[in-house]
Write a protein that binds this ligand. Structure first.
Ligand code: CMC
Length: 378
């Protein structure tokens, strides 16, 4: 048997062969099924991008209309799921609420028919349709209100903002939110996607696949950094404080949130698009002083850390966009999950097409032949 070098975090070790997305970290390129992210952000919608990721090709107008209709008609969640969510503690984190609710879908749609394309499509539609409804429902319920029903006349993103804020969103705000979902929909073999593929490889149901990925996304080293960026901007408080804040952190060898990436060694292309979206929102709805702090941070970090390839990542400007859309900080990661469910489902489907259960090995460095010590002699 070939002996492989142990790499903590499986750094650089391929976990799958995949044709879903590609990152060139030197050139700052991200492609979904070969299409550049900039082009999708400009021309596509989240549902069309989800279709592209999951079925591998852009849909025809009939295929897209059919998919949108199916998703729209499955947006409601069952009373039993609402009743269950009402019992969640209002102080609980919305990611934990989402993980529990996603897993609960498996109780209602438990039939497992993984070789049947109709079953796959049904599960894809249900998960893409219901995850936003569950995120919005928990937000209302934790504030003591009943969840509101999806709005029949609003599209995917407009409806989510409507269910969250109980009022119809401005069309520009809804479009910008939809672009944010496109940008977060997929990103090669990150931790939550790996988690989804491992769970999928056991041939369990897709609700368990998504629930395990949601649990993985919730950690601060993965999906949680955008919350911390906002906290950092608030702590800095003014443009003048930027330089001393950065110098102090670098002296203490502390990381600056929203900067750096394992793969990108230039500015993350999604950060460039998000910065532009933030500017569009400020032009229409008023400036945010934290944006000036962010721009100054980018300038100072570039001056001090560009030689190490440290530039803004996707989390640096996304929080400013969500803040301007009136979204509470602890919903930033659930919103990441709403988008990433498209990527997870694409990987679930790809994993099933040529499945082999994940069963890596380990390097054992423990003891051997230890004799059992009776309890009174320990
Ligand atoms: N601030 C200051 N220095 C940094 C930063 C940063 N944000 N990121 C990396 N460095 C330095 C690091 O100190 C090290 O320097 P040296 O070689 O002198 O010791 C060098 O750059 C390499 O850093 P690393 O930690 O080995 O790089 P990594 O590839 O293991 O980590 C990262 C990537 C994203 C975990 C890291 O850059 C980081 O912690 N960034 C801040 C948190 C953050 O913004 N996370 C969001 C990531 S993108 C979304 C997602 O994946 O979910």
């Amino acid at each position: 048997m070939m002996v492989c070098e142990y790499k903590p975090g499986l750094d650089g070790i391929p976990a799958a062969q995949s044709s879903i997305s590609n990152v060139d970290g030197q050139k700052g390129i991200l492609e979904y099924r070969g299409i550049r992210i900039e082009e999708l952000a400009e021309k596509s919608t989240f549902l069309e991008t989800a279709y592209l990721l999951i079925w591998g090709e852009l849909p025809t107008s009939n295929e897209l209309a059919a998919f949108e209709d199916e998703v729209h008609s499955h947006r409601r969640i069952k009373y039993h799921i609402c009743d269950m969510m009402k019992c969640f503690p209002e102080s609980g984190h919305p990611m934990d609420a989402l993980q529990a609710s996603a897993a609960a879908l498996g109780l209602f749609y438990s039939r497992r028919d993984l070789n049947n394309p109709a079953y796959i499509r049904d599960a894809v539609v249900r998960l893409i349709a219901k995850i936003p409804t569950m995120v919005a429902a928990f937000q209302l319920m934790r504030n003591g209100n009943d969840a509101i029903r999806p709005h029949a006349d609003l599209d995917y993103s407009g409806n989510f903002l409507y269910m969250l804020n109980e009022k119809e969103p401005d069309p520009l705000a809804a479009r910008i939110f939809d672009i944010c979902l496109i940008l977060h929909a997929e990103h090669t073999m990150n931790a939550s996607t790996f988690s989804a593929r491992v769970t999928a490889s056991t041939l369990t149901d897709p609700y368990a696949v998504v629930a395990s990925a949601v649990g993985t996304l919730g950690g601060p080293l993965h999906g949680g950094a955008n919350e911390e960026v906002i906290e950092m901007l608030e702590e800095i408080g003014s443009v003048e404080n930027v330089r001393p804040y950065i110098e102090d952190r670098l002296e203490r060898k502390a990381k600056i949130m929203g900067f750096g990436h394992r793969v990108y060694k230039v500015k993350d292309p999604r950060a460039t698009i998000l910065q532009n979206l933030a500017e569009q929102l400020f032009t229409k709805f008023g400036h945010d002083k934290y944006y000036d702090i962010a721009v100054e941070m980018e300038r100072v970090v570039q001056e001090k850390l560009s030689h190490k390839g440290i530039y803004p990542n996707v989390d640096f400007y996304s929080g400013l966009v969500y803040r301007k859309l009136g979204i509470p900080t602890d919903l930033f990661t659930p919103i990441f999950a709403i988008a990433r469910v498209a990527g997870w489902l694409a990987h679930w489907k790809e994993q099933l097409e040529e499945n082999r259960i994940f069963r890596p090995t380990q390097v054992y460095d423990g003891k051997h032949d230890v004799s059992y010590t009776p309890i009174d002699q320990r």
